[in-house]
Design a protein around this ligand. Structure first.
Ligand SMILES: NC(=O)C1=CN([C@@H]2O[C@H](COP(=O)(O)OP(=O)(O)OC[C@H]3O[C@@H](n4cnc5c(N)ncnc54)[C@H](O)[C@@H]3O)[C@@H](O)[C@H]2O)C=CC1
Ligand SMILES: O=C(O)C(=O)Cc1ccc(O)cc1
Length: 292
């Protein structure tokens, strides 16, 4: 936001004093507040950036303190649950436009952010029937200003898509690292030493924040279980093919998956920065304040 010049000023809130201090030191925020209610005062845009399971509590806290005409958004990895948690606390005259930038790392905290994080990455907006088109357009411009490509979809579809492309793959990575850890015949040092890039990426993903991922699976339960069920069916089919030494089936399967990968095109676009006002960021909630 700051690099793109789309924030007049950024106010932040995080519960931990160390996080607030770090956010100021690295220039992530112009000011930090010990309470979310202070951070959102006079903010034009408030971005909730807490684990999905903590969204309801922070929305309830800030609800009565939001400026009329403000827009509330979030970056949660699951969207239906966030809408259910946040929407009841949004007062009349304040917009709520849920969003999910598909960008991040296994690291957490203010030091994990960097200006190019969202460049050429997708940000999915899942407006509710109550989200005014003007607010949706403004939030789109906000994310495009940081270099993101923006798409809109409804929240249930978002949650299903993410179960396929992110949530279930993360679960598989967590599981595979757990399996390697249990296998006493292969030491942890051998796992690290000899891991090819695929498994190394599993271990990177397995280092992601446990609270965040617990909340993702608890709140996107149905879609994750649906995809996981399909995954295990395919896995059993491949397991059987290996047992039966059915090379033809294995080859046909891998030929199909290779074609899918080759069909995936990385399309990116840079967009112009919108003219945004003053931004207030909260470790847990980020708020954009009036242009000064
Ligand atoms: N890390 C990633 O790669 C991505 C994360 N997300 C989503 O963004 C959100 C935030 O994740 P990160 O920024 O990675 O986490 P983070 O750990 O860097 O920041 C989370 C903040 O929430 C605060 N917090 C935690 N529990 C809280 C509670 N009960 N009440 C109030 N504050 C609380 C923490 O103190 C911290 O300041 C999550 O909903 C996550 O699903 C979305 C895209 C990518
Ligand atoms: O670290 C990775 O590879 C990620 O996939 C980061 C990530 C985590 C959660 C999201 O909702 C979006 C992106």
């Amino acid at each position: 936001m700051r690099e793109a010049g789309i924030a007049g000023s950024v106010a932040g809130h995080a519960k931990s004093e160390a996080t607030r201090k770090a956010a100021l030191e690295i220039g992530f925020c112009d000011e930090v507040f010990a309470t979310a209610t202070d951070a959102v005062k006079d903010a034009d845009l408030v971005v909730l950036a807490v684990p999905v399971g903590a969204m309801a509590a922070i929305a309830a806290e800030i609800g009565p303190h939001l400026k009329p005409g403000a827009c509330v958004s979030d970056v949660g990895s699951v969207k239906q649950a966030v809408i259910e948690a946040v929407a009841p606390h949004i007062p009349e005259g304040v917009d709520f436009v849920p969003a999910h930038p598909l960008a991040g790392t296994e690291h957490s905290g203010p030091h994990s952010g960097f200006a190019s994080l969202f460049r050429n990455r997708w940000c999915l907006l899942t407006p509710t029937p109550q989200s005014r088109p003007e607010a949706v357009a403004q939030l789109r411009a906000f994310w495009e200003g940081m270099g993101a490509n923006v798409d809109e979809m409804d929240a249930p579809h978002h949650d299903l898509v993410l179960a396929v492309v992110s949530h279930t793959p993360h679960l598989i990575a967590f599981t595979m690292v757990g399996v390697a850890d249990h296998l006493r015949r292969v030491s942890n040092s051998e796992v690290i030493k000899y891991s090819a890039s695929g498994f190394r990426d599993f271990t990177r993903i397995a280092a992601s924040d446990p609270t965040m991922w617990r909340d993702v699976f608890l709140t996107n339960k149905e879609a994750t279980l649906d995809i996981l069920g399909r995954f295990t069916e395919e896995l059993f089919m491949l397991q059987r093919a290996i047992r039966m030494e059915d090379g033809e089936q294995l080859h046909a399967y891998f030929t199909r998956t290779r074609a899918i990968r080759r069909g995936i095109i990385d399309a990116g676009q840079d967009t112009a920065a919108p003219d945004f006002g003053r931004v207030a960021a909260a470790g847990g909630a980020t708020a954009l304040k009036g242009k000064e």
